[in-house]
Ligand binder design. Structure first.
Ligand SMILES: Cc1cc2nc3c(=O)[nH]c(=O)nc-3n(C[C@H](O)[C@H](O)[C@H](O)COP(=O)(O)OP(=O)(O)OC[C@H]3O[C@@H](n4cnc5c(N)ncnc54)[C@H](O)[C@@H]3O)c2cc1C
Ligand SMILES: NC(=O)c1ccc[n+]([C@@H]2O[C@H](COP(=O)([O-])OP(=O)(O)OC[C@H]3O[C@@H](n4cnc5c(N)ncnc54)[C@H](O)[C@@H]3O)[C@@H](O)[C@H]2O)c1
Length: 529
Protein backbone atom coordinates (compact mmCIF):
# COMPACT_ATOMS: atom_id res chain seq x y z
CA UNK A 1 0.00 0.00 0.00
CA UNK A 2 1.16 3.53 -0.64
CA UNK A 3 0.52 6.28 1.86
CA UNK A 4 -2.47 7.42 -0.19
CA UNK A 5 -4.00 3.94 -0.17
CA UNK A 6 -3.92 3.36 3.50
CA UNK A 7 -6.58 4.14 6.01
CA UNK A 8 -7.41 7.35 7.57
CA UNK A 9 -6.06 10.23 5.88
CA UNK A 10 -7.44 8.73 2.91
CA UNK A 11 -8.17 5.27 2.28
CA UNK A 12 -9.07 1.79 3.07
CA UNK A 13 -9.87 0.44 6.46
CA UNK A 14 -8.44 -3.01 6.24
CA UNK A 15 -5.63 -3.73 8.64
CA UNK A 16 -2.56 -4.76 6.73
CA UNK A 17 -1.46 -8.24 7.67
CA UNK A 18 1.97 -8.96 8.96
CA UNK A 19 2.77 -5.83 10.91
CA UNK A 20 4.20 -6.39 14.33
CA UNK A 21 4.26 -3.27 16.44
CA UNK A 22 6.10 -4.83 19.40
CA UNK A 23 8.84 -6.21 17.21
CA UNK A 24 9.25 -2.90 15.45
CA UNK A 25 9.41 -0.94 18.67
CA UNK A 26 12.19 -3.24 19.87
CA UNK A 27 14.18 -2.70 16.70
CA UNK A 28 14.12 1.09 17.03
CA UNK A 29 14.27 1.40 20.80
CA UNK A 30 18.03 1.54 21.11
CA UNK A 31 18.55 4.10 18.38
CA UNK A 32 19.13 7.69 19.48
CA UNK A 33 19.79 9.73 16.32
CA UNK A 34 17.98 10.33 13.05
CA UNK A 35 18.21 13.07 10.43
CA UNK A 36 14.59 14.08 11.01
CA UNK A 37 12.39 13.60 14.09
CA UNK A 38 8.66 14.15 13.68
CA UNK A 39 6.96 14.78 17.02
CA UNK A 40 3.41 13.43 16.61
CA UNK A 41 2.61 10.71 14.11
CA UNK A 42 -0.61 11.99 12.56
CA UNK A 43 -1.26 11.77 8.83
CA UNK A 44 0.60 15.05 8.32
CA UNK A 45 3.59 13.83 10.30
CA UNK A 46 3.71 10.69 8.18
CA UNK A 47 3.82 12.87 5.05
CA UNK A 48 6.57 15.08 6.48
CA UNK A 49 8.76 12.06 7.24
CA UNK A 50 8.00 10.56 3.82
CA UNK A 51 8.78 13.73 1.86
CA UNK A 52 11.91 14.49 3.88
CA UNK A 53 13.40 11.03 3.43
CA UNK A 54 11.94 9.49 0.25
CA UNK A 55 14.47 10.66 -2.34
CA UNK A 56 17.10 12.19 -0.07
CA UNK A 57 18.46 9.27 1.87
CA UNK A 58 17.68 11.09 5.12
CA UNK A 59 16.57 8.91 8.03
CA UNK A 60 13.39 9.80 9.88
CA UNK A 61 11.33 8.75 12.86
CA UNK A 62 7.78 9.34 14.06
CA UNK A 63 7.47 9.83 17.82
CA UNK A 64 3.89 9.00 18.73
CA UNK A 65 2.28 9.00 22.17
CA UNK A 66 -0.95 7.33 21.08
CA UNK A 67 -1.97 5.96 17.67
CA UNK A 68 -0.04 6.52 14.45
CA UNK A 69 -2.52 8.27 12.15
CA UNK A 70 -3.63 10.83 14.70
CA UNK A 71 -7.00 12.40 15.40
CA UNK A 72 -8.30 12.34 11.83
CA UNK A 73 -7.98 8.60 11.47
CA UNK A 74 -9.67 7.51 14.66
CA UNK A 75 -11.61 10.35 16.31
CA UNK A 76 -12.34 12.98 13.64
CA UNK A 77 -12.60 12.89 9.82
CA UNK A 78 -12.91 9.17 9.21
CA UNK A 79 -15.43 8.15 11.90
CA UNK A 80 -17.50 11.29 11.32
CA UNK A 81 -17.71 10.79 7.58
CA UNK A 82 -18.61 7.11 8.03
CA UNK A 83 -21.51 8.18 10.28
CA UNK A 84 -22.66 10.94 7.92
CA UNK A 85 -22.72 8.91 4.71
CA UNK A 86 -25.69 6.65 5.67
CA UNK A 87 -27.65 9.71 6.81
CA UNK A 88 -26.97 11.42 3.49
CA UNK A 89 -28.01 8.34 1.47
CA UNK A 90 -31.29 8.00 3.37
CA UNK A 91 -32.09 11.68 2.97
CA UNK A 92 -31.28 11.70 -0.74
CA UNK A 93 -33.45 8.64 -1.33
CA UNK A 94 -36.37 10.11 0.55
CA UNK A 95 -36.41 13.17 -1.71
CA UNK A 96 -37.02 11.27 -4.92
CA UNK A 97 -40.50 10.15 -5.97
CA UNK A 98 -40.94 6.41 -5.81
CA UNK A 99 -37.98 5.83 -3.51
CA UNK A 100 -38.05 5.30 0.24
CA UNK A 101 -35.24 4.52 2.65
CA UNK A 102 -34.62 4.42 6.37
CA UNK A 103 -31.64 4.11 8.61
CA UNK A 104 -32.91 0.74 9.73
CA UNK A 105 -29.99 -0.46 11.83
CA UNK A 106 -28.02 2.23 13.69
CA UNK A 107 -25.88 -0.42 15.41
CA UNK A 108 -24.73 -1.65 11.99
CA UNK A 109 -23.74 1.93 11.13
CA UNK A 110 -21.68 2.09 14.33
CA UNK A 111 -20.13 -1.28 13.47
CA UNK A 112 -19.09 0.00 10.05
CA UNK A 113 -17.63 3.10 11.73
CA UNK A 114 -15.54 0.73 13.87
CA UNK A 115 -14.27 -0.95 10.69
CA UNK A 116 -13.42 2.42 9.17
CA UNK A 117 -11.31 3.38 12.20
CA UNK A 118 -9.59 -0.02 12.22
CA UNK A 119 -11.02 -0.65 15.70
CA UNK A 120 -8.49 1.86 17.03
CA UNK A 121 -5.58 -0.31 15.89
CA UNK A 122 -2.79 1.49 14.07
CA UNK A 123 -0.95 -1.61 12.85
CA UNK A 124 -1.56 -0.78 9.19
CA UNK A 125 -0.25 2.76 9.62
CA UNK A 126 2.87 1.54 11.42
CA UNK A 127 3.42 -0.99 8.65
CA UNK A 128 3.10 1.76 6.04
CA UNK A 129 5.74 3.80 7.87
CA UNK A 130 8.19 0.95 8.31
CA UNK A 131 7.64 -0.23 4.72
CA UNK A 132 8.67 3.27 3.68
CA UNK A 133 11.79 3.27 5.82
CA UNK A 134 10.31 5.53 8.49
CA UNK A 135 10.95 4.44 12.08
CA UNK A 136 8.26 4.65 14.74
CA UNK A 137 8.99 5.20 18.41
CA UNK A 138 6.19 5.04 20.97
CA UNK A 139 6.12 7.57 23.75
CA UNK A 140 5.52 11.19 24.70
CA UNK A 141 8.13 13.63 23.42
CA UNK A 142 9.20 17.06 24.60
CA UNK A 143 11.79 19.33 23.10
CA UNK A 144 14.89 19.44 25.29
CA UNK A 145 16.90 22.14 23.56
CA UNK A 146 18.06 22.37 19.97
CA UNK A 147 17.36 19.30 17.77
CA UNK A 148 16.73 17.18 20.85
CA UNK A 149 13.64 15.38 22.10
CA UNK A 150 13.27 13.87 25.54
CA UNK A 151 11.13 10.78 25.15
CA UNK A 152 9.05 9.34 27.96
CA UNK A 153 8.40 5.76 26.91
CA UNK A 154 5.17 3.91 27.74
CA UNK A 155 7.02 2.16 30.61
CA UNK A 156 7.91 5.57 32.13
CA UNK A 157 11.60 5.44 31.23
CA UNK A 158 13.14 8.48 29.54
CA UNK A 159 15.86 8.93 26.93
CA UNK A 160 17.11 11.61 24.58
CA UNK A 161 16.60 11.48 20.80
CA UNK A 162 18.71 13.69 18.54
CA UNK A 163 17.92 15.05 15.08
CA UNK A 164 20.87 15.80 12.78
CA UNK A 165 18.78 18.12 10.56
CA UNK A 166 15.24 18.88 11.70
CA UNK A 167 12.47 18.43 14.22
CA UNK A 168 8.92 18.69 12.88
CA UNK A 169 6.14 19.38 15.39
CA UNK A 170 2.84 17.71 14.46
CA UNK A 171 1.24 17.40 17.88
CA UNK A 172 -2.20 18.55 16.71
CA UNK A 173 -4.99 19.99 18.80
CA UNK A 174 -7.50 19.02 21.48
CA UNK A 175 -11.11 20.06 22.01
CA UNK A 176 -11.54 23.33 23.92
CA UNK A 177 -13.98 23.06 26.81
CA UNK A 178 -15.13 26.50 28.01
CA UNK A 179 -14.84 27.30 31.73
CA UNK A 180 -18.64 27.49 32.10
CA UNK A 181 -19.71 26.67 35.68
CA UNK A 182 -20.33 22.93 36.00
CA UNK A 183 -19.44 22.08 32.39
CA UNK A 184 -16.08 20.35 32.88
CA UNK A 185 -17.36 18.65 36.06
CA UNK A 186 -20.24 17.18 34.00
CA UNK A 187 -17.72 15.26 31.83
CA UNK A 188 -19.31 16.44 28.57
CA UNK A 189 -18.82 14.54 25.35
CA UNK A 190 -16.16 16.03 23.10
CA UNK A 191 -15.46 15.29 19.43
CA UNK A 192 -13.83 12.02 20.49
CA UNK A 193 -17.03 10.76 22.15
CA UNK A 194 -19.44 11.95 19.51
CA UNK A 195 -17.43 10.36 16.68
CA UNK A 196 -16.81 7.18 18.67
CA UNK A 197 -20.25 6.91 20.20
CA UNK A 198 -21.37 3.45 21.29
CA UNK A 199 -24.66 4.56 22.83
CA UNK A 200 -27.19 6.81 21.14
CA UNK A 201 -28.56 9.13 23.83
CA UNK A 202 -32.25 10.06 23.56
CA UNK A 203 -31.76 13.77 24.36
CA UNK A 204 -28.64 15.73 23.45
CA UNK A 205 -27.54 19.37 23.72
CA UNK A 206 -24.67 20.52 21.49
CA UNK A 207 -22.70 23.62 22.50
CA UNK A 208 -21.21 25.44 19.49
CA UNK A 209 -22.20 26.37 15.96
CA UNK A 210 -19.10 25.46 13.98
CA UNK A 211 -18.18 22.56 11.78
CA UNK A 212 -18.09 19.84 14.45
CA UNK A 213 -21.43 20.98 15.90
CA UNK A 214 -23.21 21.04 12.52
CA UNK A 215 -21.84 17.71 11.33
CA UNK A 216 -22.46 16.02 14.70
CA UNK A 217 -26.04 17.34 14.82
CA UNK A 218 -26.58 15.83 11.36
CA UNK A 219 -25.42 12.33 12.25
CA UNK A 220 -26.87 12.27 15.78
CA UNK A 221 -30.31 13.16 14.49
CA UNK A 222 -29.95 10.69 11.63
CA UNK A 223 -28.96 7.94 14.05
CA UNK A 224 -32.12 8.53 16.06
CA UNK A 225 -31.49 11.12 18.78
CA UNK A 226 -35.06 12.15 19.59
CA UNK A 227 -34.50 15.59 21.13
CA UNK A 228 -31.49 17.49 19.83
CA UNK A 229 -30.74 21.15 20.59
CA UNK A 230 -27.83 23.19 19.21
CA UNK A 231 -26.90 26.23 21.31
CA UNK A 232 -24.60 28.76 19.67
CA UNK A 233 -23.40 32.32 20.04
CA UNK A 234 -24.20 34.92 17.40
CA UNK A 235 -26.88 34.61 14.77
CA UNK A 236 -25.30 32.15 12.42
CA UNK A 237 -23.87 28.69 12.05
CA UNK A 238 -20.52 28.13 10.28
CA UNK A 239 -19.52 31.77 10.62
CA UNK A 240 -16.23 31.22 8.77
CA UNK A 241 -18.25 30.61 5.61
CA UNK A 242 -20.40 32.89 3.45
CA UNK A 243 -23.53 33.75 5.53
CA UNK A 244 -25.89 31.84 3.19
CA UNK A 245 -24.03 28.61 4.00
CA UNK A 246 -24.96 28.79 7.67
CA UNK A 247 -28.53 29.79 6.78
CA UNK A 248 -29.04 26.82 4.46
CA UNK A 249 -27.50 24.41 6.96
CA UNK A 250 -29.74 25.86 9.70
CA UNK A 251 -32.78 25.26 7.46
CA UNK A 252 -31.65 21.68 6.86
CA UNK A 253 -31.16 20.99 10.57
CA UNK A 254 -34.52 22.54 11.46
CA UNK A 255 -36.25 20.48 8.75
CA UNK A 256 -34.79 17.32 10.26
CA UNK A 257 -36.22 18.22 13.66
CA UNK A 258 -33.20 19.80 15.36
CA UNK A 259 -33.94 22.69 17.74
CA UNK A 260 -31.66 25.67 17.14
CA UNK A 261 -30.94 28.22 19.88
CA UNK A 262 -28.99 31.00 18.13
CA UNK A 263 -27.57 33.94 20.02
CA UNK A 264 -27.38 31.98 23.24
CA UNK A 265 -24.66 30.46 25.31
CA UNK A 266 -24.63 28.05 28.21
CA UNK A 267 -24.28 29.79 31.56
CA UNK A 268 -24.34 26.72 33.85
CA UNK A 269 -24.41 22.93 33.68
CA UNK A 270 -25.47 20.56 36.45
CA UNK A 271 -25.09 16.77 36.41
CA UNK A 272 -25.40 15.31 39.91
CA UNK A 273 -24.69 11.75 38.77
CA UNK A 274 -21.41 11.96 36.83
CA UNK A 275 -19.80 8.71 35.71
CA UNK A 276 -16.57 8.25 33.78
CA UNK A 277 -17.93 5.44 31.64
CA UNK A 278 -15.42 5.83 28.82
CA UNK A 279 -15.33 7.29 25.31
CA UNK A 280 -18.66 7.33 23.51
CA UNK A 281 -20.75 6.08 26.42
CA UNK A 282 -23.18 8.37 28.25
CA UNK A 283 -21.23 9.93 31.10
CA UNK A 284 -23.79 9.57 33.87
CA UNK A 285 -27.28 10.77 34.66
CA UNK A 286 -29.35 13.65 33.33
CA UNK A 287 -27.68 16.97 32.50
CA UNK A 288 -29.44 20.26 33.26
CA UNK A 289 -28.18 22.93 30.86
CA UNK A 290 -29.02 26.53 31.78
CA UNK A 291 -28.81 29.09 28.97
CA UNK A 292 -27.97 32.76 29.40
CA UNK A 293 -31.68 33.68 29.02
CA UNK A 294 -32.49 31.55 32.06
CA UNK A 295 -34.13 28.72 30.11
CA UNK A 296 -33.19 25.16 31.06
CA UNK A 297 -32.77 22.15 28.78
CA UNK A 298 -32.65 18.69 30.29
CA UNK A 299 -30.71 16.15 28.29
CA UNK A 300 -29.01 12.77 28.56
CA UNK A 301 -25.72 14.12 27.20
CA UNK A 302 -24.07 17.43 26.34
CA UNK A 303 -21.58 17.68 23.48
CA UNK A 304 -18.98 20.45 23.51
CA UNK A 305 -17.92 21.58 20.02
CA UNK A 306 -16.33 24.93 20.86
CA UNK A 307 -13.13 24.91 18.82
CA UNK A 308 -9.65 23.51 19.39
CA UNK A 309 -6.61 24.20 21.58
CA UNK A 310 -3.16 23.48 20.08
CA UNK A 311 -1.19 20.73 21.84
CA UNK A 312 1.77 22.98 22.65
CA UNK A 313 1.36 23.37 26.42
CA UNK A 314 3.72 20.56 27.40
CA UNK A 315 6.12 19.89 24.53
CA UNK A 316 9.19 21.69 25.87
CA UNK A 317 8.89 24.82 23.72
CA UNK A 318 10.37 26.84 26.58
CA UNK A 319 13.67 24.94 26.12
CA UNK A 320 14.10 26.57 22.70
CA UNK A 321 12.92 30.01 23.78
CA UNK A 322 9.32 29.79 22.54
CA UNK A 323 6.13 30.56 24.45
CA UNK A 324 3.98 27.58 25.39
CA UNK A 325 0.30 26.89 24.82
CA UNK A 326 -0.35 28.88 21.65
CA UNK A 327 -0.24 28.14 17.94
CA UNK A 328 3.26 27.94 16.46
CA UNK A 329 4.03 30.81 14.10
CA UNK A 330 5.53 29.47 10.87
CA UNK A 331 6.82 30.96 7.62
CA UNK A 332 6.02 29.69 4.11
CA UNK A 333 8.59 26.91 4.52
CA UNK A 334 6.75 25.79 7.69
CA UNK A 335 9.84 26.79 9.69
CA UNK A 336 8.94 28.02 13.16
CA UNK A 337 9.70 31.71 13.54
CA UNK A 338 11.75 32.81 16.54
CA UNK A 339 14.16 29.86 16.52
CA UNK A 340 17.61 30.26 14.99
CA UNK A 341 19.05 27.74 12.55
CA UNK A 342 15.96 26.74 10.55
CA UNK A 343 15.79 23.32 12.22
CA UNK A 344 12.32 23.51 13.85
CA UNK A 345 9.21 23.06 11.71
CA UNK A 346 5.50 22.86 12.51
CA UNK A 347 2.65 21.39 10.46
CA UNK A 348 -1.05 20.69 10.91
CA UNK A 349 -3.40 22.12 13.51
CA UNK A 350 -0.53 23.17 15.73
CA UNK A 351 0.45 26.00 13.39
CA UNK A 352 -3.13 27.32 13.29
CA UNK A 353 -3.17 28.20 9.58
CA UNK A 354 -5.99 25.84 8.59
CA UNK A 355 -7.30 23.14 10.91
CA UNK A 356 -7.90 20.59 8.18
CA UNK A 357 -6.21 17.28 7.47
CA UNK A 358 -5.52 17.94 3.80
CA UNK A 359 -3.96 21.32 4.60
CA UNK A 360 -1.80 19.79 7.31
CA UNK A 361 -0.65 17.15 4.85
CA UNK A 362 0.13 19.84 2.27
CA UNK A 363 2.18 21.73 4.86
CA UNK A 364 3.91 18.43 5.62
CA UNK A 365 4.82 17.84 1.98
CA UNK A 366 6.30 21.33 1.81
CA UNK A 367 8.15 20.95 5.12
CA UNK A 368 9.53 17.56 4.06
CA UNK A 369 10.78 18.91 0.74
CA UNK A 370 12.29 21.97 2.43
CA UNK A 371 14.11 19.78 4.95
CA UNK A 372 15.51 17.61 2.15
CA UNK A 373 16.52 20.69 0.15
CA UNK A 374 18.19 22.36 3.11
CA UNK A 375 19.99 19.11 3.95
CA UNK A 376 21.26 18.92 0.37
CA UNK A 377 22.40 22.53 0.58
CA UNK A 378 25.80 21.57 1.87
CA UNK A 379 25.59 22.98 5.36
CA UNK A 380 26.62 20.90 8.33
CA UNK A 381 23.36 20.93 10.21
CA UNK A 382 25.07 19.80 13.37
CA UNK A 383 27.16 22.95 13.16
CA UNK A 384 24.63 24.77 15.30
CA UNK A 385 22.77 27.30 13.26
CA UNK A 386 25.15 27.48 10.31
CA UNK A 387 22.71 28.50 7.60
CA UNK A 388 25.14 30.33 5.33
CA UNK A 389 25.36 27.55 2.73
CA UNK A 390 21.66 26.75 2.80
CA UNK A 391 19.37 27.59 -0.08
CA UNK A 392 17.64 30.92 0.44
CA UNK A 393 13.92 30.93 1.17
CA UNK A 394 13.18 32.04 -2.37
CA UNK A 395 14.79 28.86 -3.76
CA UNK A 396 12.84 26.58 -1.44
CA UNK A 397 9.38 25.04 -1.78
CA UNK A 398 6.73 27.35 -0.33
CA UNK A 399 3.29 26.73 1.14
CA UNK A 400 2.02 30.15 0.06
CA UNK A 401 0.18 29.07 -3.10
CA UNK A 402 -1.67 26.17 -1.51
CA UNK A 403 -2.98 28.34 1.27
CA UNK A 404 -4.68 30.57 -1.31
CA UNK A 405 -6.77 27.55 -2.34
CA UNK A 406 -7.80 26.48 1.18
CA UNK A 407 -10.48 23.93 0.19
CA UNK A 408 -12.95 22.69 2.77
CA UNK A 409 -16.09 20.57 2.73
CA UNK A 410 -18.54 20.47 5.62
CA UNK A 411 -20.54 17.27 5.23
CA UNK A 412 -23.88 18.56 6.46
CA UNK A 413 -27.24 18.41 4.72
CA UNK A 414 -26.87 20.42 2.53
CA UNK A 415 -23.12 20.06 2.26
CA UNK A 416 -20.95 23.18 2.16
CA UNK A 417 -17.95 23.33 -0.12
CA UNK A 418 -15.63 26.30 -0.28
CA UNK A 419 -12.21 27.35 -1.52
CA UNK A 420 -10.19 30.51 -1.04
CA UNK A 421 -11.62 33.55 0.68
CA UNK A 422 -15.13 34.57 1.61
CA UNK A 423 -16.20 38.01 0.42
CA UNK A 424 -15.68 39.36 3.94
CA UNK A 425 -12.16 38.00 4.20
CA UNK A 426 -11.25 39.26 0.74
CA UNK A 427 -12.43 42.75 1.64
CA UNK A 428 -10.57 42.58 4.96
CA UNK A 429 -7.46 41.65 2.93
CA UNK A 430 -7.89 44.89 1.04
CA UNK A 431 -8.98 43.44 -2.30
CA UNK A 432 -11.33 45.30 -4.63
CA UNK A 433 -13.84 42.50 -5.13
CA UNK A 434 -16.79 41.75 -7.35
CA UNK A 435 -19.18 38.95 -6.38
CA UNK A 436 -21.76 36.87 -8.17
CA UNK A 437 -24.27 34.33 -6.82
CA UNK A 438 -26.42 31.61 -8.35
CA UNK A 439 -29.47 29.64 -7.14
CA UNK A 440 -28.41 26.04 -7.64
CA UNK A 441 -32.02 24.85 -7.66
CA UNK A 442 -32.35 26.41 -11.12
CA UNK A 443 -30.11 23.80 -12.74
CA UNK A 444 -31.27 20.72 -14.62
CA UNK A 445 -28.44 18.83 -12.93
CA UNK A 446 -29.67 19.58 -9.42
CA UNK A 447 -33.34 18.94 -10.31
CA UNK A 448 -32.54 15.34 -11.14
CA UNK A 449 -30.57 14.92 -7.91
CA UNK A 450 -33.58 15.67 -5.70
CA UNK A 451 -36.98 17.22 -6.20
CA UNK A 452 -36.77 19.91 -3.49
CA UNK A 453 -33.18 20.94 -4.19
CA UNK A 454 -31.94 23.91 -2.17
CA UNK A 455 -28.53 25.39 -2.75
CA UNK A 456 -26.49 28.41 -3.68
CA UNK A 457 -23.12 29.19 -5.17
CA UNK A 458 -20.96 32.30 -5.10
CA UNK A 459 -17.72 33.52 -6.61
CA UNK A 460 -15.51 36.24 -5.18
CA UNK A 461 -13.47 37.90 -7.92
CA UNK A 462 -10.44 40.12 -7.55
CA UNK A 463 -11.06 43.02 -9.97
CA UNK A 464 -7.33 43.81 -10.21
CA UNK A 465 -6.46 40.43 -11.74
CA UNK A 466 -9.93 39.33 -12.90
CA UNK A 467 -9.42 35.99 -11.21
CA UNK A 468 -11.45 34.03 -8.71
CA UNK A 469 -10.14 34.34 -5.13
CA UNK A 470 -13.04 32.63 -3.39
CA UNK A 471 -15.85 30.21 -4.18
CA UNK A 472 -18.65 28.66 -2.15
CA UNK A 473 -21.07 25.93 -3.18
CA UNK A 474 -23.87 24.82 -0.85
CA UNK A 475 -26.16 21.95 -1.78
CA UNK A 476 -26.32 18.23 -2.40
CA UNK A 477 -23.51 17.07 -4.66
CA UNK A 478 -21.32 20.14 -4.29
CA UNK A 479 -18.40 18.59 -2.40
CA UNK A 480 -16.69 17.39 -5.56
CA UNK A 481 -17.07 20.87 -7.12
CA UNK A 482 -14.62 22.34 -4.66
CA UNK A 483 -11.56 21.08 -6.45
CA UNK A 484 -12.49 22.96 -9.63
CA UNK A 485 -12.55 26.16 -7.61
CA UNK A 486 -9.27 25.31 -5.89
CA UNK A 487 -7.63 24.85 -9.29
CA UNK A 488 -9.03 28.17 -10.54
CA UNK A 489 -7.83 30.02 -7.44
CA UNK A 490 -4.37 28.51 -7.04
CA UNK A 491 -3.64 28.64 -10.78
CA UNK A 492 -5.10 32.19 -10.97
CA UNK A 493 -7.03 31.26 -14.07
CA UNK A 494 -8.32 34.47 -15.72
CA UNK A 495 -12.11 34.66 -16.16
CA UNK A 496 -11.50 35.01 -19.89
CA UNK A 497 -10.06 31.48 -19.81
CA UNK A 498 -12.75 30.09 -17.50
CA UNK A 499 -15.26 30.91 -20.24
CA UNK A 500 -13.74 28.06 -22.25
CA UNK A 501 -13.94 25.54 -19.41
CA UNK A 502 -17.21 23.89 -20.41
CA UNK A 503 -19.15 22.03 -17.68
CA UNK A 504 -21.01 18.82 -18.55
CA UNK A 505 -24.79 18.76 -18.87
CA UNK A 506 -26.74 18.01 -16.69
CA UNK A 507 -24.44 18.33 -13.67
CA UNK A 508 -24.11 20.57 -10.63
CA UNK A 509 -20.90 21.95 -12.14
CA UNK A 510 -23.03 23.91 -14.63
CA UNK A 511 -23.29 26.47 -11.86
CA UNK A 512 -19.86 27.69 -13.07
CA UNK A 513 -21.43 28.63 -16.42
CA UNK A 514 -24.43 30.32 -14.79
CA UNK A 515 -22.14 32.32 -12.48
CA UNK A 516 -20.07 33.51 -15.45
CA UNK A 517 -23.24 34.35 -17.39
CA UNK A 518 -24.55 36.45 -14.49
CA UNK A 519 -21.25 38.24 -14.33
CA UNK A 520 -21.32 38.83 -18.07
CA UNK A 521 -24.81 40.35 -17.80
CA UNK A 522 -23.80 42.58 -14.89
CA UNK A 523 -20.72 43.81 -16.67
CA UNK A 524 -22.65 44.36 -19.88
CA UNK A 525 -25.23 46.45 -18.00
CA UNK A 526 -22.51 48.42 -16.26
CA UNK A 527 -20.71 49.10 -19.54
CA UNK A 528 -23.95 50.40 -21.07
CA UNK A 529 -24.24 52.76 -18.08
C1 LIG B 1 -15.02 15.70 14.55
C2 LIG B 1 -13.99 16.22 13.59
C3 LIG B 1 -14.15 15.97 12.24
C4 LIG B 1 -13.20 16.45 11.34
N1 LIG B 1 -13.40 16.21 10.01
C5 LIG B 1 -12.50 16.66 9.12
C6 LIG B 1 -12.67 16.41 7.73
O1 LIG B 1 -13.65 15.80 7.30
N2 LIG B 1 -11.73 16.86 6.88
C7 LIG B 1 -10.63 17.54 7.33
O2 LIG B 1 -9.81 17.93 6.49
N3 LIG B 1 -10.44 17.81 8.64
C8 LIG B 1 -11.34 17.38 9.54
N4 LIG B 1 -11.15 17.61 10.87
C9 LIG B 1 -9.92 18.30 11.29
C10 LIG B 1 -8.76 17.28 11.35
O3 LIG B 1 -9.13 16.19 12.15
C11 LIG B 1 -7.52 17.93 11.92
O4 LIG B 1 -7.22 19.09 11.19
C12 LIG B 1 -6.35 16.98 11.84
O5 LIG B 1 -6.59 15.78 12.53
C13 LIG B 1 -5.11 17.64 12.44
O6 LIG B 1 -4.02 16.82 12.21
P1 LIG B 1 -2.64 17.12 12.87
O7 LIG B 1 -1.62 16.57 11.96
O8 LIG B 1 -2.52 18.52 13.23
O9 LIG B 1 -2.59 16.29 14.24
P2 LIG B 1 -3.59 15.35 15.06
O10 LIG B 1 -4.45 14.56 14.15
O11 LIG B 1 -4.26 16.16 16.12
O12 LIG B 1 -2.58 14.32 15.74
C14 LIG B 1 -1.51 14.73 16.55
C15 LIG B 1 -0.77 13.49 16.98
O13 LIG B 1 0.33 13.85 17.80
C16 LIG B 1 0.38 13.00 18.92
N5 LIG B 1 1.04 13.76 19.97
C17 LIG B 1 0.64 14.92 20.53
N6 LIG B 1 1.56 15.36 21.40
C18 LIG B 1 2.56 14.46 21.38
C19 LIG B 1 3.81 14.39 22.06
N7 LIG B 1 4.21 15.34 22.90
N8 LIG B 1 4.61 13.30 21.83
C20 LIG B 1 4.22 12.34 20.95
N9 LIG B 1 3.06 12.39 20.27
C21 LIG B 1 2.25 13.44 20.49
C22 LIG B 1 -1.06 12.64 19.21
O14 LIG B 1 -1.14 11.44 19.94
C23 LIG B 1 -1.62 12.53 17.80
O15 LIG B 1 -1.49 11.23 17.29
C24 LIG B 1 -12.07 17.17 11.80
C25 LIG B 1 -11.91 17.42 13.16
C26 LIG B 1 -12.86 16.95 14.06
C27 LIG B 1 -12.66 17.23 15.53
N1 LIG C 1 -15.50 18.59 7.39
C1 LIG C 1 -14.44 19.20 7.88
O1 LIG C 1 -13.54 19.60 7.17
C2 LIG C 1 -14.32 19.38 9.36
C3 LIG C 1 -15.20 18.76 10.22
C4 LIG C 1 -15.07 19.00 11.59
C5 LIG C 1 -14.07 19.83 12.06
N2 LIG C 1 -13.22 20.40 11.18
C6 LIG C 1 -12.18 21.34 11.64
O2 LIG C 1 -12.01 21.21 13.03
C7 LIG C 1 -11.90 22.49 13.61
C8 LIG C 1 -12.65 22.52 14.90
O3 LIG C 1 -14.06 22.50 14.68
P1 LIG C 1 -15.03 23.14 15.76
O4 LIG C 1 -16.41 23.01 15.27
O5 LIG C 1 -14.67 22.61 17.10
O6 LIG C 1 -14.56 24.66 15.77
P2 LIG C 1 -15.16 25.92 14.99
O7 LIG C 1 -14.12 26.96 15.15
O8 LIG C 1 -15.61 25.56 13.63
O9 LIG C 1 -16.46 26.32 15.81
C9 LIG C 1 -16.38 26.62 17.18
C10 LIG C 1 -17.77 27.04 17.68
O10 LIG C 1 -17.73 27.12 19.09
C11 LIG C 1 -18.19 28.39 19.49
N3 LIG C 1 -17.51 28.73 20.73
C12 LIG C 1 -16.18 28.89 20.91
N4 LIG C 1 -15.92 29.19 22.19
C13 LIG C 1 -17.10 29.23 22.84
C14 LIG C 1 -17.50 29.50 24.17
N5 LIG C 1 -16.61 29.78 25.11
N6 LIG C 1 -18.81 29.45 24.47
C15 LIG C 1 -19.72 29.15 23.51
N7 LIG C 1 -19.41 28.87 22.24
C16 LIG C 1 -18.11 28.92 21.91
C17 LIG C 1 -17.90 29.31 18.35
O11 LIG C 1 -18.73 30.45 18.39
C18 LIG C 1 -18.21 28.39 17.16
O12 LIG C 1 -19.59 28.35 16.91
C19 LIG C 1 -12.41 23.49 12.61
O13 LIG C 1 -11.42 24.46 12.37
C20 LIG C 1 -12.71 22.73 11.38
O14 LIG C 1 -12.06 23.25 10.24
C21 LIG C 1 -13.34 20.22 9.85
Amino acid sequence: MTSEDRSLDGGTAAIAPGSDRAEFDRSSSDRAEWDVIVLGGAAAGENAAQYASQFSGLTSVLVEASLVGGECSYWACMPSKSLLRPVEVVDAANHLSGVAASLADPQAVLARRDEVINRLDDASQVKWATDNGIDVVRGYGRLAGERTIELTAPDGSTRLLHARHAVVVDTGSSPSVPATPGLREALPWTSRDVTNLHEIPRRVVILGGGVVACEAATWLRGLGVAELTVVYRGDGLLTNQEPFAGELVADGLRDSGVQLRPGRTVSAVARPDVRDTGTGLVHGGEVRVTLDDGSVITADEIVVAAGRTPNTGDIGLETVGLPTGGFLDVDDQQTVRGVDGSWLYAIGDVCGKALLTHMGKYQARIAGEVIAARAAGGADPAGAGNTTDLPSATDLPSAAAGHLGLPQVTFTNPEVGSAGMTERRAREAGLDVETVEHDLAALAGTYVLREDYRGRSKLVIDRATDTVVGATFVGTGTAELVHSATVAIVAKVPLSTLWHVVPSYPTVSETWLRLLESLRATRHAAAKG
